[in-house]
Design a protein around this ligand. Sequence first.
Ligand code: DAT
Ligand code: MG
Length: 150
Amino acid sequence: MERTLVLVKPDGVQRGLIGEVIARFERRGLRLVAAKFMQVSKELAETHYAEHKGKVFYDGLITYIVSGPVMAMVWEGPKGIEAVRQTVGSTKPVEAAPGTIRHDFALEVGRNLIHASDKPETAEKEVALWFKKDELVEWKRAVDAWVFEK
Ligand code: DAT
Ligand code: MG
């Protein structure tokens, strides 16, 4: 079972797409572990996007992510990191596969609606950065045996 960080970015929140994003992950069978609606501080934004510091799009990226509230969530499932990235789609919306969130709701890389951790090391770091341990909910669903093989 893998956990991954998902953010509905400010454009997704402003456009009323929080529910749409949650519905897609729920339908896929992923299990919600944590969620909070919050205004991102500049400090948190800079820590979260530290790997992109110095790139041409960095300043725009920080301005974008702090431009309004985000919906931060942790989702889990077997191969959860990969599964969530697949449902999210490629970074550039015009390169994202039809049926993915970025394809279906976005056009521009600087307004690509959603963040998802890209690999296990990143996911672990990002979940710990955005959520305290006691905000992560351990629970089981009656339907789990029909979604998770083991
Ligand atoms: P992802 O969000 O798919 O993990 P990333 O980690 O490479 O993509 O980049 C983080 C964000 O930075 C991305 O969601 C949008 C922005 N970004 C990435 N590449 C960009 C580019 N070439 N031009 C403008 N913004 C870019
Ligand atoms: Mg990334």
